[in-house]
Design a protein around this ligand. Sequence first.
Ligand code: BDR
Ligand code: CA
Length: 315
Amino acid sequence: RRRIVLDTDPGIDDSIAFLYLAAQPDAEIVAVGSVHGNVSSRLTAENALRLLDLVDLPHVPVAVGAQRPLAQPLLRGGEAVHGVDGLGGVAGPPSPRQPVPESAAEQLVRLARQHPGELSVLALGPLTNVALAYLLEPELPRLLREVVCMGGAVAVPGNITPHAEANIWHDPEAAEVVLGAGFDLTLVPLDVTLRTWAGAAWWNAVAQVDHPRARFACEVTAHYIDFYKIHPSDEPGCPLHDALAAAVLLDPALVRCEEHRVTVELTGAQTRGATLADRRGFPSPEDPAARPPIRVATEVDAPEVLARIHRALGV
Ligand code: BDR
Ligand code: CA
């Protein structure tokens, strides 16, 4: 059983992660933090509240997170992928609820101190809030059970630039802090998320389900599938990046992982935001104090993951 603090920028595939988690008896969403990324952190908080209403979890608190990255200016561009409202134009009316008054980083630190060793963080957006929480509480890696992040492109091209994946690119400094902090950390990068491709037949099956959650999944994703026509895949459809990370948190056996020290490129004119894994297989003799290794997902049982997400949507 996992007790989860969800850090997220919903976000179309983030929405599918909400729908997935809400259907799992072994997952408890303890709290949500919003972050800038796909759209502003104010909008992503509003969307998180809407999604919690949709999945009948209206008691879960949502804290607004960082409005901007640690060091660089706020980067835009997510609207093209996720729509101006972050939910493919189908966000609908706002939730009657409001976010809680503390920030997402403060909320995470408070909860981690209250429940030492118990909480898992599922990070589905830029890592700004997790980095800020670690800067507030350097013991955070010991206070959390684990962190699972959707982010990075280790042995494949990036998506937002040729070399960088969007969540890392939106705040490379934060990602560099988090990957080096000593968390029990699993990175779920594009290497596996792009293979978790929900194609036309998969979506047709969801469209047959007469349930508000399945209907919402189809509506919210129409915009995303349209955007992903740019991708050179065999089949129209879309990758379920964030829902895969959620599934991996609950069942790590869905992916094969390698352990590597991973750094984030911060200075390259072409490569800023790239995730660089030391894949040599031996420690750096020149740097005995090198950062601890993290788990990097390199292979995925995509048919099984897609079947599980189907079941969560009532297929
Ligand atoms: C990641 O970027 C966002 O657009 C998605 O929600 C996902 O978290 C994929 O690169
Ligand atoms: Ca996301």
